[in-house]
Design a binder for this molecule. Structure first.
Ligand code: TYM
Length: 332
């Protein structure tokens, strides 16, 4: 089966609807036909300030949400990035073949550093995409399922892999990003022209996987729409309605055009009700299962350790090959 790698940052107490649709929903399907690794990228999370106890908690919570959403830790390899030192080690090597200008062009870095102020942004934030390239390349990854916002990082990964291969000989597989075209980007419910994000200004536009069902339904019912009444997909004129249609399509598997037909002559209230029901039906059991898993952190930690051992073995092999190719003296 083709090798697959993806990950998420443990940077909030809960994943949000965008993470669920852009990542987990795809992962769950793809794991059946792939040799998949799913990582909780804690080393990426520390590129912005984190509080130690809270980071540990968020890392467990993120892993628990993967499992609760249907990632099978027996069939797939579900692990914590910092448990496999080769990620950091390969990242250093890749840093040495990444251009300063090339890294400067990453739009996520430009956005995040602009928000923090250029002087507050860390070098880690700058070189973050290179660590992501290491994550992917260590495992001979062929496919990387991500949301839209990560595509540029996968492009960089491909460039670095090709560059390394041409300088040092064939070592890395060139990976491919996959996104579901219709649902690759979920927008904030209150601000439907900016993407749903952990760092949103207001909580009310972000639906968290671990929100209580009543809260989720309320947020969806209060989503911003427009003054028209027609349920029609039109990103320019009807950003809010289009976002709701996208969400409903992701959760029901129905095409947006079919949903438009279904809602012909019906109002926004009906649409919101359908979206709220679909989301709550999916999230409620995931929430319950996550809380259950978190009740037994020792068992969760044990699972993560077993999975990290598996990842370590794979990663060590390629790292050794890389070190050899570039001429590092082996330890006798
Ligand atoms: P992160 O933690 O920001 O997001 C995790 C995943 O969720 C997707 N996503 C969205 N999809 C649709 N709509 C949204 N509003 C939305 N918000 C987030 C992201 O595209 C991502 O797929 N750098 C990565 C983590 C990472 C990684 C990797 C991913 C590190 N190493 C290797 C793949 C392969 C990140 O910060 O994702």
């Amino acid at each position: 089966a083709p090798r697959l790698f993806s990950g998420m940052q443990p940077s909030a107490d809960s994943l949000h609807l965008g993470n669920f649709v852009g990542a987990l929903l795809q992962w769950r399907e793809l794991q059946r036909k792939h040799d998949a690794l799913f990582c909780v990228v804690d080393l990426h999370a520390i590129t912005v300030p984190q509080e130690a106890a809270s980071l540990r908690e968020k890392t467990r919570r993120t892993a628990a949400q993967y499992i609760a959403a249907g990632i099978d830790p027996e069939a797939s390899t579900l692990f914590v990035q910092s448990h496999v030192p080769a990620h950091t080690e390969l990242a250093w090597v890749l840093n040495t073949i990444t251009g300063f200008g090339e890294a400067s062009r990453m739009t996520q870095f430009k956005d995040k550093s602009a928000r923090q102020g250029a002087d507050a942004a860390s070098v880690g934030l700058f070189t973050y995409p290179v660590l992501m390239a290491a994550d992917i390349l260590l495992y001979g990854t062929e496919v990387v399922p991500v949301g839209d916002d990560q595509r540029q990082h996968v492009e960089l990964t491909r460039d670095l892999a090709a560059r390394f291969n041409s300088r040092f000989g064939d070592t890395f597989v060139i990976p491919e990003a996959i996104t579901l075209p219709d649902t690759a980007r979920i927008y904030d419910l209150q601000n439907p022209t900016s993407k749903m994000s952990k760092s949103a200004e207001s909580e009310s536009g972000v639906v968290w996987l671990l929100d209580e069902p009543a809260k989720t339904a309320k947020k969806i019912r209060s989503a911003v729409t427009d003054t028209g009444r027609e349920v029609r997909f039109d990103r320019g004129e009807k950003a809010g309605v289009s976002n709701l249609l996208t969400i409903l399509s992701a959760f029901t598997g129905e095409k947006i055009s079919a949903l438009e037909q279904q809602f012909e002559g019906r109002g926004y209230g009906d649409l919101k009700k359908a979206v709220a029901e679909a989301v709550v039906a999916e999230f409620e059991p995931i929430r319950a299962r996550t809380l259950e898993l978190l009740d037994d952190p020792a068992e969760l930690d044990r699972l993560l350790a077993v999975n990290a051992a598996r990842a370590n073995e794979l990663a060590q092999e390629r790292l050794a090959q890389v070190y050899d190719r570039i001429g590092l003296l082996p330890r006798a």
